[in-house]
Ligand binder design. Structure first.
Ligand code: ARG
Length: 504
């Protein structure tokens, strides 16, 4: 006696699923992003089964016809996933069984489990998302490089403890972000390498007694290699944790950038002005111009961190094999990709249109002893004194000037105070030593703020970005080429060729 359940796994059950169980366990909202990937994975699996003689060419033709229809119906909004069918895999399989009939549709799931199927779908989807994210990071880097090119000699105060520290250039500041983002690119790249492996064929956890060909599905899905160990492949979610970690650090950088934009655009700082297109107003205070994009970037960072914590917490107690907990691996990663990519969508425009108040930057860099280290360095080189002694002399001059409400620019006073410490320097000499623009030029050490170094780093970073962009493009082409190969096979099979005889 069998029950009346429509579930594809209902054979061993004697009564229907409660609606509460159905609601509680289904994952169609999260899975709906995976429909095209589930279909591609199924096409490739079916082709492999037929080439290996596990299903017939006639079976294959029926399966491919209905998978193709599922794809175009999904595209046209006519194939909508339903929660009663639990997940994307069951929805696609049911579509096939309903269309082609169970004698054909039912054969697709030979030598495959939803456990490896969901992995394939996720691997394919994450691969694309990582490349999109990398593209967004590159776009942002290019905006910073343009700023660096224009402003390699524009002075501004560099900060430590959010206090004026030493003069740097605006270009130096901009290249710092490029330097950070290039590391994000490396992490995203490493995540891509881990995700670009084929789990299909791991089946439920133990492989299969059918003579499957995992190398063929690897080739047709454009993966770099097979994730061989079936139990490991089924149990592991590093391929989700690694992108998530890369995204958390990327988001950290975006958030810190957001923080800088917020206070740089305050009345108090007034060193940058947001373009009207990238700022918002207040519903009550007519004068307001708010940096909401920067704030929301900062504010959404927690969601990405939470996603990583969510996944790690999920994984830490799981025994080997598939556990249903693993269905919860996808929502946090989807969330993290969405947040990061929306930030990457808007920030390049915001930074590109940001107007820097270079007069104010120059005023600030002269206002608060930012060149004190330069003076100490000069005394070391010219007077042969130990640095500690020079530090003390300059510190005492600064202390006295600050007490009088004066700056280095009160040249006579500065000269007099130095004289009282036994240092004889003319005003012209002082003006040269203490000019921020000149001090910039002196910091020629590798990776320093001198315009020459900034220009050199711009070139190096540009070269690295070109390489990354080239790699992104060639990976996109590899994915596309694999997909085209699958389509070519489908075309030949549909024209009547035997699966074993198709060329690709
Ligand atoms: N929806 C499941 C997931 O996302 C698919 C795999 C289900 N496997 C199973 N044995 N119930 O993980």
């Amino acid at each position: 006696m069998t029950n009346t359940s429509t579930k594809l796994w209902s054979g061993r059950f004697r009564s229907n699923l409660s609606t509460e169980t159905e609601d509680f366990t289904q994952s169609i909202e999260v899975d709906s992003r995976l429909v095209p990937h589930d279909i591609w994975g199924s096409q490739v699996h079916a082709i492999m089964l037929a080439r290996q003689g596990i299903i017939s060419d006639e079976d294959l033709r029926h399966i491919l016809r209905w998978l193709g229809k599922a794809e175009s119906d999904f595209h046209d909004g006519k194939f909508v996933l339903t929660p009663e069918k639990e997940d994307v895999h069951m929805n696609v399989e049911s579509y096939l069984i309903e269309g082609a009939g169970s004698e054909y549709g039912g054969k697709l799931h030979t030598a495959r489990s939803r456990n490896d199927q969901v992995l394939v779908d996720a691997h394919l989807y994450i691969r694309e998302q990582l490349l999109d994210t990398q593209q967004g990071v590159s776009r942002l880097c290019r905006v910073f490089l343009a700023i660096a090119q224009e402003h390699s000699g524009t002075v501004m105060p560099g900060y430590t403890h959010t206090q004026h520290a030493q003069p740097i250039s605006l270009g130096f500041w901009a290249t710092a972000y490029v330097s950070m983002f290039l590391r994000d690119q490396k992490r995203l790249n490493a995540a891509y390498e881990l995700v670009n492996l084929n789990p299909l064929g791991a089946c439920a956890l133990a492989g299969t007694s059918f003579p499957i060909n995992r190398n063929l599905t690897t080739e047709l899905l454009g993966f770099e290699a097979v994730h061989e160990h079936a139990l490991d492949a089924i149990s592991s979610r590093d391929f989700i944790a690694e992108p998530l970690f890369a995204l958390t650090l990327l988001m950290t950088t975006l958030s810190r950038l957001g923080e800088e934009i917020v206070y740089w655009t305050t009345y108090e700082f007034n060193i940058a002005t947001l373009d009207d297109a990238y700022a918002t107003g207040s519903s009550i205070m007519p004068q307001k111009k708010n940096p909401d994009i920067a704030e929301l970037t900062r504010g959404r960072t927690g969601r990405v961190y939470a996603a990583l914590m969510d996944l790690l917490t999920n994984l830490k107690g799981l025994p080997t094999g598939y556990n249903r907990d693993l269905q919860e691996d996808k929502p946090p990663l989807w969330e993290a990709f969405d947040v990061v990519q929306s930030c990457l969508g808007v920030l390049p425009g915001l930074i590109e249109t940001l107007e820097f108040n270079t007069d104010r930057l120059e005023l600030l860099v002269n206002a608060n002893f930012a060149t004190a280290t330069e003076l100490a360095n000069f005394l070391v080189s010219e007077q042969g004194l130990p640095f500690r002694k020079c530090h003390e002399i300059v510190g005492s001059v600064v202390g006295s000037l600050a007490k009088m409400g004066k700056t280095f620019q009160d040249w006579e006073e500065t000269q007099k105070l130095l004289q009282s410490e036994g240092i004889d320097l003319s005003v012209t000499q002082l003006q040269r030593i203490l000019a921020p623009k000149l001090s910039l030029r002196n910091n020629r050490s590798l990776g320093g703020t001198s315009p020459a170094e900034v220009r050199r780093m711009v070139e190096v970073f540009e070269g690295q970005l070109n390489e990354i962009d080239y790699q992104i493009r060639s990976r996109q082409e590899q994915i596309d080429a694999a997909y085209q190969k699958t389509l070519r096979i489908i075309e030949q099979v549909m024209e009547g060729k035997a699966a074993a005889e198709v060329n690709f």
